[in-house]
Unconditional design. Structure first.
Length: 184
């Protein structure tokens, strides 16, 4: 990868980190964990940027929030959110984007593989989030699943469908940028 390719990927990663933050502002409070668009952009980061740069975009987002920037749900920030009830979900974004990106790099545009990658990525978010929620709030597994996963399943299925559509339309534009850079 040339230095100009690396610069472009840094810009794309920064853009995805910003979009993840914007997704946090679209929050519907329904309990200890709100409905947000963050995970849509996390999945999209993996689909568009791959495992390495997708991971970097999510890490930048989490670091910005840990430093106190208002990038978490409801326009909040700080370390308290990483160790509070939502922390497991936030940390679950890291393995999720790695899985989605790794599969997307190998799927060669096969929709079934991409959907499977995002479902598995979402399961990583739920595994981390529900486990953390159960541990922090002492809910018990059934209650943690009831408040931390079940209400979000339909919305996440819709987000996965939307991420597939958006990735399909943006990938050619991203690839065209790289092709132009290498042709010059």
């Amino acid at each position: 990868m040339t230095s100009s390719d690396s610069l472009r990927m840094m810009v794309f990663a920064a853009l995805m980190a910003a979009l993840i933050a914007i997704g946090a502002f679209v929050a519907v409070p329904i309990g200890p964990v709100p409905i947000v668009l963050q995970n849509f952009f996390v999945l999209l980061a993996g689909m568009l940027l791959g495992s390495r740069w997708g991971f970097i975009s999510v890490a930048v987002y989490l670091l910005a929030g840990a430093c106190g920037l208002p990038v978490f749900a409801g326009g909040s920030g700080g370390l308290g959110h990483l160790i509070g009830p939502r922390g497991g979900y936030l940390f679950g974004y890291l393995p999720a984007v790695l899985v989605v990106g790794w599969v997307a790099e190998r799927a060669r545009g096969k929709t079934a593989w991409e959907i499977a990658a995002m479902v598995i990525g979402s399961l990583f978010v739920y595994a981390a989030g529900v486990s953390w929620l159960n541990w922090i709030l002492h809910l018990g597994w059934l209650k943690a699943l009831a408040v931390g996963m079940y209400p979000f399943l339909i919305g996440d299925a819709l987000k996965i469908g939307a991420a597939i559509a958006v990735a399909r339309s943006l990938r050619p534009l991203i690839r065209a940028r790289f092709a132009k850079a290498h042709a010059a």
